[in-house]
Design a binder for this molecule. Structure first.
Ligand SMILES: Cc1cc2nc3c(=O)[nH]c(=O)nc-3n(C[C@H](O)[C@H](O)[C@H](O)COP(=O)(O)OP(=O)(O)OC[C@H]3O[C@@H](n4cnc5c(N)ncnc54)[C@H](O)[C@@H]3O)c2cc1C
Length: 456
């Protein structure tokens, strides 16, 4: 069978695209969703069952459907929740909401397009003479579609040192994928833990450790030793920002943003004022300026822009101030086993000195790799066959302003789109729900519009 649309992926982006397609496509259309994750809709972010793993965006901005902005808050209320639009719900509840939204749309059978969910990994892709793109699936099947939307998310970053050749004791003490929470059960309450990386994933793991009864020391090593900041309990109003009045250089931008931050009572109003114009701002920068931003400003951008819920921040700060969590700024050089412990050697930032952290566990929280295609065998193969092209900064794949893949040597008229972090080269801030949901709707609308035109 030839599908009108194949959506590849099983996280939020894939489900957001699918929900919009279900709302808009006629009953004659056929859609396939191919994902290798058993919990369609949850992805890495919303699979957690720990209530303390909160969203880092207030509930009022987390509706899956941008045209129904209160949808998530209403869903919380209808499920007995007491949360308001400005509160931070649990990520597990959000995963349930995403799945429920999809189920609600699928229940309306009358007039709805056909949707097949295929639990499999898309392993390869080829152009077919039938004017389609065909995917080879891990289960041996092949499916073909006239439109394809890639929603593959980002992969996990690898450790900067390769543990493959390490002795078995050392390997058994390295947690390469902390999202498999089963590792927490192996940690004794007094064990010393070294966490590599100091972003949102680190905070998640620290809180999960505490919830599992861990009371030992936690050393956090990252290049700059910077940790995410918190949202204000009463958020200040965003400062209106005219993107056209801003300079198109990173140094000029930083100067103006610092000045504006000094003029307002809370710097968060400047960061929040930037939200609606961030993509437009990014598109005004040359590739050299974008690369400069990634080299020099990215860690500061991340901690100010991707903030944690106020309660999460307060709980984490307590652990820092009582000395349970200690920060180290430097570069991991080697890992070895010494006297029954794991020893991480690192070069202290801006110094030549080497220091060491002794621990019982090392946890890789270097977080999501900024997309790129290296984490995905499918994308690497599509690149080899010129079906996609990496964007100039290596953040993901090259797409145009409508999220359609460009720069390839494809000949078939089948259309190929990407949604989510893979499109960071074009849009930059495209990792969180408030941005992805708008993109998902626009891509679905474009597919529906073109289908209507070709059937006219
Ligand atoms: C811990 C964490 C917390 C977050 N918290 C928030 C938050 O509070 N608010 C917010 O707005 N955003 C948050 N985010 C950002 C989050 O990434 C997005 O909200 C959203 O979940 C991204 O979804 P996605 O579908 O693009 O990617 P993912 O969730 O990564 O999903 C991609 C899916 O594609 C599947 N896949 C990959 N390759 C293939 C293949 N070849 N074949 C088949 N399937 C494949 C994967 O298995 C995966 O299930 C958080 C992210 C993380 C990691």
């Amino acid at each position: 069978m030839i599908y009108d649309v194949i959506v590849v992926g099983s996280g939020f982006s894939a489900i957001a695209v699918t929900c919009n397609l279900i709302e808009q496509l006629p009953a004659s259309a056929k859609v396939a969703v191919v994902g290798d994750d058993p919990g369609f809709g949850r992805g890495t972010a919303y699979r957690t069952e720990l209530y303390l793993h909160r969203l880092n965006v207030p509930a009022g901005r987390m509706s899956l459907l941008p045209h129904h902005p209160d949808d998530f808050v209403d869903w919380l209320k209808s499920h007995g929740g007491q949360l308001q639009a400005g509160d931070f719900a649990s990520r597990g509840d959000y995963g349930l909401y995403v799945r429920n939204t999809l189920a609600r749309l699928l229940r309306k059978r009358e007039g709805r397009c056909r949707v097949d969910f295929i639990k499999a990994k898309a392993a390869g892709c080829v152009e077919r003479y039938t004017s389609t793109l065909a995917f080879h699936l891990g289960n041996g099947d092949e499916i073909a579609g006239r439109n394809v939307v890639l929603c593959l998310g980002v992969g996990n970053a690898n450790l900067p040192v390769d543990p493959a050749g390490a002795p078995p004791f050392l390997r058994s003490r390295i947690v390469e994928n902390p999202w498999r929470l089963s590792w927490l059960r192996r940690v004794a309450p007094s064990d010393a833990v070294c966490i590599l990386g100091s972003g949102l994933t680190m905070i998640d793991q620290v809180l999960a450790l505490r919830a599992h009864g861990h009371r030992g020391r936690i050393d956090v090593l990252s290049r700059r030793g910077l940790a995410p900041l918190g949202h204000a309990r009463t958020p200040p109003a965003p400062l209106p920002i005219d993107v056209h009045a801003l300079p198109a250089t990173i140094s000029g931008l930083l100067k103006i943003l610092r000045e504006k931050s000094r003029e307002v009572a809370d710097w968060r109003s400047v960061m929040d004022g930037l939200r609606p114009v961030t993509q437009a701002l990014w598109q005004r920068l040359t590739n050299e300026e974008r690369a400069r931003f990634l080299r020099h400003a990215l860690p500061w951008w991340n901690i100010h822009r991707h903030r944690v819920a106020p309660e999460v921040f307060a709980g984490f700060e307590k652990l820092v101030s009582d000395g349970t969590v200690r920060f180290h700024a430097g570069f991991l050089r080697s890992l070895e086993a010494r006297e029954g412990r794991l020893v991480a050697d690192y070069r202290i930032r801006a110094k030549r000195e080497i220091a060491e952290i002794k621990a019982d566990w090392l946890v890789n929280c270097t977080g999501m790799e900024r997309a790129g295609i290296s984490h995905s065998p499918l994308l690497k193969e599509m690149n080899r066959f010129h079906l996609i092209v990496p964007d100039p900064l290596g953040l993901g794949i090259q797409v145009d302003a409508a999220s359609e893949v460009t720069g390839t040597s494809r000949i078939s008229p089948a259309r190929l789109f990407a949604v989510g972090a893979l499109t960071a080269g074009q849009f930059w801030e495209i990792t969180a729900v408030p941005d992805i949901r708008v993109q998902a709707k626009a891509v679905a609308e474009e597919i529906v519009r073109a289908r209507l035109k070709s059937n006219a």
